[in-house]
Write a protein that binds this ligand. Structure first.
Ligand code: 5GP
Length: 116
């Protein structure tokens, strides 16, 4: 399975729709989530349209997955206190709505939101 090549994130990468872009290189883009679920809620998104979810990414390009983790750390340090939650929703019943792999970086005031 490949990611949706016309996904909202591909449109952001191609500057077809606007976004608050915090970081970009030839492989990744990082933006603020349009509907933040935490004081700092960022998305780290590979530019590749090859991978729909983190399972596919981890199998297909583990170095790119590692770069997402490093980017999350750097952004959480720049935009928050360096502590963060990294979430990959994987599949519709797990809350995934955009089938172009992306990491949610959530930071700030999460102490009372523990996972069951
Ligand atoms: P998912 O539900 O697939 O794990 O996450 C998709 C995320 O993309 C959601 O948190 C949603 O708020 C965010 N999102 C959807 N459309 C846009 C958009 O046009 N711009 C930005 N910045 N975020 C978006």
């Amino acid at each position: 399975m490949t990611a949706d090549a016309t996904s909202i994130f591909t449109k952001i990468v191609n500057r077809e729709i606007p976004a608050d872009i915090l970081f970009e290189n030839d492989r990744l883009i990082a933006i603020r989530d349009i509907a933040p679920q935490a004081p700092v809620h960022l998305l780290v998104i590979p530019k590749s349209t090859e991978f729909a979810n983190v399972t596919e990414l981890g199998l297909g390009d583990p170095a790119l997955l590692a770069e997402i983790v490093a980017t999350a750390h750097n952004l959480a340090t720049l935009h928050s206190n360096g502590e963060y939650r990294l979430v990959f929703n994987t599949g519709g019943t797990a809350g995934q709505t955009v089938f172009h792999v992306h990491a949610h970086v959530l930071s700030g005031g999460l102490e009372e939101h523990t996972l069951a």
